[in-house]
Design a protein around this ligand. Structure first.
Ligand SMILES: [Zn+2]
Length: 70
């Protein structure tokens, strides 16, 4: 379960250890957050796949880092 404390890593339950889960959480927070589009400057960019980002506003599809657009 996703709680305030463990966030999206709640799906792992008590497995894998706290440190690893915290590391995953830091990455997933960035991944799921709305990012700024380099073309229209709006906060509408979401990740389609690893390294592929899509702007819901101007429909631009561009490459970036695996977990963050930049
Ligand atoms: Zn855009």
């Amino acid at each position: 379960m996703a709680t305030k404390k463990v966030g999206s890593t709640g799906r792992f339950g008590a497995r894998y250890g706290r440190k690893v889960r915290q590391r995953v959480l830091a990455v997933e927070k960035k991944l799921k957050a709305k990012h700024k589009c380099p073309y229209c400057k709006k906060l509408q960019v979401k990740r389609l796949a690893s390294g592929i980002w899509f702007c819901n506003s101007c429909k631009a599809k561009f490459s970036g880092k695996a977990y963050t657009p930049k």
